[in-house]
Design a protein around this ligand. Structure first.
Ligand SMILES: [Zn+2]
Length: 315
């Protein structure tokens, strides 16, 4: 996650870098760095396990952080939870400035919570006596006591059961997916007319189909994801056909061909003009690009729709 040199300079060199996250104890507080993409920007989510000694101190912390945030453009945001603080930091453009920039943001926060007697404990219950462990929960990490780790896991399990019991309505969902996919299909044709094979439009077809399914079918489940993907595959096939027929129609219009002649006769036209290979190449590349652009979305849709989660004790 960090360069070795940076790691030594960051927070007095207290962090251990575990590739996907970094963690260490700094002046009595456990600090975890998770890197996540938010709207295409890479954001460092920094959590500090600190509990306010009272409501007043908690409110004061919020205003303190607000003023600190205004002091640095790399201090992107923060959230105060009952038993931990989450800072959102962005890396300076010149990477070598990272340690100093982050230290300048985090050090005053640590100083402040030390002065105000914030205690370091479990991120869920605030217990500062119990033994604490770091747990990976999906793509983030938390410091928890043993009781809370069981509690959190039970919640995730309940959540999974709740999601799995949620059933979508098939027919309205299908209509929604079809309407969504139409938007993507139209984009595909539009982009094709500009001379490109539109993998991104393919991905948009998949996303719109899933959104449409969820909106009309009132829930997203595994069958919804499968149906949306199937509809997208069919839609892309037709979009590609329409785009090709359109080109044929443009060329043959002066011979009295209508668009529907060109569409229905497309296979014959392809054979006549020896373009069959190109047609299938376009379709194949289109599917391939769609796959590349949308596989992440599809996988996460499957995960969300099945409620599955990952939780384990981290190193
Ligand atoms: Zn706890």
């Amino acid at each position: 996650m960090f360069r070795k040199k940076d790691l030594n300079q960051l927070l007095g060199g207290c962090l251990t870098d575990y590739k996907t996250y970094a963690r260490g104890t700094y002046r009595g507080y456990q600090i975890i760095f998770n890197l996540r993409a938010v709207n295409n920007a890479q954001i460092f989510f920094v959590t500090i396990n600190a509990s306010a000694p009272g409501q007043e101190a908690f409110s004061a912390l919020t205003s303190f952080l607000e003023s600190q945030k205004n002091g640095s453009k790399y201090f992107h945001g923060f959230t105060c939870y009952e038993h931990f603080i989450e800072l959102e930091l962005v890396s300076p453009v010149r990477a070598k400035k990272l340690p100093a920039t982050f230290n300048e943001i985090i050090d005053p926060v640590i100083q402040y919570i030390t002065m105000q007697s914030f205690t370091a404990g479990c991120q869920n219950c605030g217990d500062s006596v119990a033994a604490l462990d770091c747990y990976q929960i999906n793509n983030t990490h938390q410091i928890l006591c043993q009781n809370c780790s069981r509690e959190v896991e039970a919640q995730l399990e309940d959540n999974k059961a709740a999601i799995r019991s949620q059933k979508s309505s098939l027919i309205p969902g299908l209509v929604g997916a079809l309407l969504g996919a139409l938007i993507g299909g139209a984009m595909w044709i539009g982009i094709y007319k500009l001379g490109y094979i539109a993998g991104i439009a393919g991905a948009i077809t998949v996303i719109c189909a899933m959104k449409g399914y969820e909106l009309f079918g009132r829930a997203m489940d595994v069958k919804g994801v499968i149906i949306s993907v199937l509809i997208s595959i069919v839609m892309i096939y037709f979009a590609n056909n329409i785009a090709w027929a359109w080109e044929a129609y443009d060329a043959l219009e002066s011979y009295g061909f209508t668009f529907s002649d060109a569409y229905r006769g497309l296979q014959d036209i392809l054979v006549e003009t020896e373009m069959t290979k190109n047609y299938y190449a376009d379709l194949g590349i289109g599917y391939f690009l769609t796959f590349i652009c949308s596989i992440g979305t599809i996988v996460s849709a499957f995960r969300n729709s099945s409620g599955s989660y990952k939780m384990k004790k981290a190193k």
